[in-house]
Design a protein around this ligand. Sequence first.
Ligand code: PMP
Length: 424
Amino acid sequence: MTTNHDLFQRALARMPGGVNSPVRAFKSVGGEPFFTARADGAFLFDVEGKRYIDYVGSWGPMIVGHAHHLVLRALNEVMRNGTSFGAPTPREIEMARRICGALPAVERVRLVSSGTEATMTALRLARAATGRPKIVKFDGCYHGHADALLVRAGSGAMTLGVPDSPGVPEATASQTLVARFNDLDEIETRFRAEGETIAAVIVEPVVGNMGLVPPQPGYLEGLRRITAEHGALLIFDEVMTGFRLAWGGVQNTMGIRPDLTCLGKVIGGGMPLAAVGGRRDVMELLAPIGAVYQAGTLSGNPLAVAAGLTTLDLLDKPGTYEKLEALGARLEAGLSAALSRHGRRGCINRRGSMWTLFLGVEQVRNADDARACDTAAFARYFLAMLERGIYLPPSQFEAAFISLAHTEDDIDRTIKAADEALGE
Ligand code: PMP
């Protein structure tokens, strides 16, 4: 039998770190990744035949569960007519209509293939629209791996960015200001000092990338007010939260209209699809109408659009988000009880079907709080859960995802496993 270990050795021989995206390598939790053979509903099966209840969900897209028969049927049907044309197709219009219909702030939209492309294009548009060079991002928010966004703060107050990765020029990083999430005073001060140079603030409205961290009441409203006062754009990166936490996105539930919105993950239903959209005047700066260049060989790919449209159809039904909320609440209650039963210090942050169990801290409101977590304890917990057939994101600083394919029974089995894992 081919084992996970054998495959990892073979992968290491040809691929840096044995993987095609870093977190997959389990570096921050130790151990070796398993190799997936297939997936079905809420489950992954590795090449050794072991089954896992999956809370990674391909990092968010699989909200209707893996290998949903209607998504597969749509893919099969579309595939018969060819897989890519590099020319317009009718379904792209339907996807654009669905996105604009669901998000009042999105008047025009462009489809791309990854979240990274969406945020990169949003920044270019914001700079072109304002004629200003700088952008503000938040420590601990991840917006893909474009140079300007691979920057984090020194601790504490907003600082001029330093690159997070070798290969990002200082000159690029210096145009990125990094602020502390959930601290409105800091943003206010910075805008008073240099607002006329700031093109945009980009934010995950509910953060998934320092673990799940919700905004405090009034925070996003404050960002909207301050950016508008200073003529800067507000970009909501809803690549993770879009159609995940609510139909449309977090902006709908809060009644906030960002200037630009980035989408990804769920709108592609597990295929490479993402989008940037927003105000018509800003979006129409894009080529071919305007001079801001952006393009993609596979943009609006027919298979990706078909998988995405079917996924959106499955979500656009009464009770969908209520069901995800109920499953999330059940899991949260069970995990909280397990934490207290074992006298473990920790907290659970959750919004709907996105959640993170943080160990070693009482609360997490920003990246500094997240960095104070006991990551060694998290690694032990992760591996103990994996052993029990529960696949969590392999890092303390990631959100976990529940899908519509998860059942109360899956949730209860997860709670039981966590109770054992936290008691070890
Ligand atoms: N923005 C957010 C909020 C994300 O979570 C991610 C990916 N996890 C991205 C952007 C980048 O998307 P992609 O990996 O498709 O480039």
